[in-house]
Design a protein around this ligand. Structure first.
Ligand SMILES: Cc1cc2nc3c(=O)[nH]c(=O)nc-3n(C[C@H](O)[C@H](O)[C@H](O)COP(=O)(O)O)c2cc1C
Length: 331
């Protein structure tokens, strides 16, 4: 399932893509993912639109892109009044092929900037931003959404927005099948995917709690109307998940860890590198029995060298592996 799809003029092979994850889907992670076999497309972390006017696309770990990364979708956090024509013109000059607008993030700081779910709520503002982006950008343009607010009338609000997005000419909708209020406390509501897909001609990319070929197969009744699927947390826990889709292959956990650290050190200054390594450890620990020690100990260390030395000893001890990976409320 989801072997290939053409969306927004781009062919995704496979039609399994990596979600935007703030702190995680930076250039070093994308490079690692590509080395391990890649996927159909990978989203950047959300990027404040205005900042793209001054950031260096060759050196910024949020923006730089190596050729073997394949299709990279640059996700914008935008709000009404942002100089989107100039931002998108600069992105085109820099060879960006695909952009996505975040209408899904419900974090307090993002809402405070009138972006993410606050832009979804702001009907006029959302129309303005989407229309402006579509007029200024001729490549792939997707939007990432959720189901909306868990309250009466959500279906009407959702339907109205889908109709607008289709009329505005976006190329695809990524649906994280949860309500804003759900955070990660409730499981994804896949049962709404066929309903959402039937509302529009736009290709839908389904997202939320997806983990493996077997699980996706089990959910086929709900996922089938989607054109592609997107994995977030599972792709960070197992950057090889796309390459090993449906086939169990051995993994050298220490080698993947070391390569991640090498790439982070290459792209980030030391203080930020340490933070990225510690963040990755929170996800990578899921593989190991007593894995929480892996991330809590690493979290207390103050230099990359210390973190790498400690992790080296951890792997040298041959840590026992968990048989199943439970994402649970991980976020
Ligand atoms: C740490 C973290 C950072 C995230 N950052 C973003 C982001 O920058 N933009 C976005 O649209 N969604 C973001 N998300 C949401 C994911 O893209 C995805 O929709 C969500 O995790 C559900 O998919 P999953 O169950 O496969 O992880 C983030 C989620 C997490 C846990």
């Amino acid at each position: 399932m989801f072997e290939a799809a053409t969306i927004g003029g781009q062919t995704l092979t496979p039609a399994r893509v990596c979600a935007p994850m703030a702190l995680y889907t930076h250039s070093a992670f994308r490079r690692l993912l590509a080395d391990l076999g890649g996927c159909g497309a990978v989203w950047t972390e959300m990027l404040a639109a205005r900042r793209l006017l001054s950031e260096d696309f060759q050196t910024s770990p949020w923006l730089r892109r190596r050729p073997h990364e394949g299709l990279v979708v640059y996700q914008l956090m935008a709000r009404p009044g942002d100089p989107l024509e100039r931002v998108l013109a600069r992105m085109a000059e820099q060879g960006v092929q695909a952009v996505d607008l975040n209408l899904a993030c419900d974090a307090h700081n993002i809402r405070a900037m009138a972006s993410g779910s606050a832009l979804w709520d702001d009907w006029e503002g959302m129309r303005r931003v989407v229309t402006q982006m579509r007029a200024a950008w001729h490549g792939w343009f997707s939007v990432k959404i959720r189901l909306g607010h868990r309250r009466e009338g959500w279906q009407e609000a959702f339907r109205e927005r889908m109709k607008f997005l289709e009329e505005a000419g976006v190329d695809a909708v990524v649906l994280h099948a949860r309500f804003f209020e759900d955070k990660y406390r409730r499981p994804a509501q896949w049962q709404w995917i066929p309903w959402a897909a039937a509302l529009t001609r736009l290709p839908l990319i389904a997202n939320g709690d997806l983990q493996s070929a077997e699980q996706v197969q089990e959910l086929r009744e709900w996922l089938a109307p989607a054109r592609a699927i997107m994995l977030g947390r599972m792709a960070v826990v197992c950057p090889w998940v796309f390459a090993h889709w449906g086939v169990a292959r051995p993994v050298d956990y220490a080698a993947v860890w070391n390569r991640y650290c090498d790439y982070v050190e290459e792209d980030f200054p030391p203080r930020l590198a340490l933070r990225r390594i510690q963040a990755f450890a929170r996800y990578y620990e899921l593989h190991f029995f007593y894995g929480h020690q892996f991330h809590t100990t690493l979290g207390r260390l103050t230099t990359v060298a210390e973190a790498r030395a400690w992790a080296g000893e951890f792997f040298a001890r041959g840590p026992a592996l968990n048989r199943t990976l439970l994402l649970g409320g991980l976020r």
